[in-house]
Design a protein around this ligand. Structure first.
Ligand code: 2HA
Ligand code: ZN
Length: 268
């Protein structure tokens, strides 16, 4: 079959990692119906002639993203299921080329798959992180049941409480999510209000929990983004398991967490 992936080993590997993660999201039960979306900056894996590839469709963006001009993204399609992204990523997502001034993008491959309704919000996040000078390729959004359940508690939405609770369940969590979890109060999915509230949290965190909805991680590698969310979810499950056994878990002490921060040179 004719695909932009043919004869492009690096791009094939990158899209393969997206498909792998999409499968994990489904297997974990975090991707009911069309839940979640993934965008990855694939500019480094595109051949030089991709700049001239014909457009299958042009999409005008609601605002300009000048720092993303001439960049390329893989993005999952609107209404597409993660379980099908896993097996057929190029039928359930598209490759986009941002134009020279960042005001529009072209779908260039493989098919005219309409991007997720979260496209403007994903691009806003990529743009913000570029502006901040943070190397970032990936925005990953999904619906982990345990973490979303915790977001239904006003107690856990207070500044720092969720981060402290999750960090204290296992040492790995403090290490793999060193900047903790930002909290975004409820907003309508797919809106720029949600995107802007998320960006505020991305100034300090690489993972953001959306109240009563889901979680979003940014990073340089889609597998790493999955691992961070997976570890946070593991902590949430330990908390939940202890509660089901009838007690509130003690959690690691402040001194134990500080010791980890010292040994692994983590931000405090
Ligand atoms: O794409 O998860 O937040 C479906 C969603 C929207
Ligand atoms: Zn969602």
């Amino acid at each position: 079959m004719n695909s932009i992936l043919n004869n492009n080993e690096m791009l094939t590997r990158e899209v393969g990692k997206i498909a792998e993660v999409a499968g994990y999201l489904w297997q974990r039960g975090w991707a009911e119906y069309n839940g979640g979306n993934i965008s990855v900056n694939i500019t480094d894996y595109m051949p030089a002639d991709a700049a001239n590839m014909p457009s299958l469709k042009t999409i005008t963006l609601p605002k300009a993203f000048p720092l993303l001009a001439d960049n390329f993204f893989y993005i999952t399609g609107t209404g597409k299921r993660m379980r099908y992204v896993a097996t057929a990523p190029m039928d359930n997502g598209a490759i986009l080329r941002i134009n020279h001034d960042g005001t529009a993008c072209d779908i260039i491959a493989d098919k005219e798959v309409k991007p997720t309704s979260e496209l403007p919000s994903h691009l806003s996040m990529h743009h913000f992180l570029r502006e901040k000078g943070q190397p970032n390729r990936v925005v990953l959004h999904t619906h982990p049941t345990d973490l979303v359940a915790m977001s239904h508690s006003a107690y856990f939405l207070k500044p720092g409480v969720l981060t402290r609770t999750l960090w204290a369940m296992i040492p790995e969590c403090r290490i793999i999510a060193p900047k903790g979890v930002g909290i975004v109060p409820y907003e309508i999915p797919g809106t720029m209000d949600l995107a802007n509230a998320t960006i505020k949290q991305l100034a300090q965190h690489d993972v953001v929990l959306w109240e009563k909805h889901g979680i979003l991680a940014v990073g340089n590698d889609v597998i790493d983004c999955f691992d961070v969310i997976d570890t946070l979810s593991k902590s949430a499950q330990i908390y939940l398991n202890a509660k089901m056994m009838g007690f509130t878990p003690d959690g690691m002490t402040e001194a134990q967490l500080d010791e980890l921060a010292d040994v692994f040179k983590l931000p405090r």
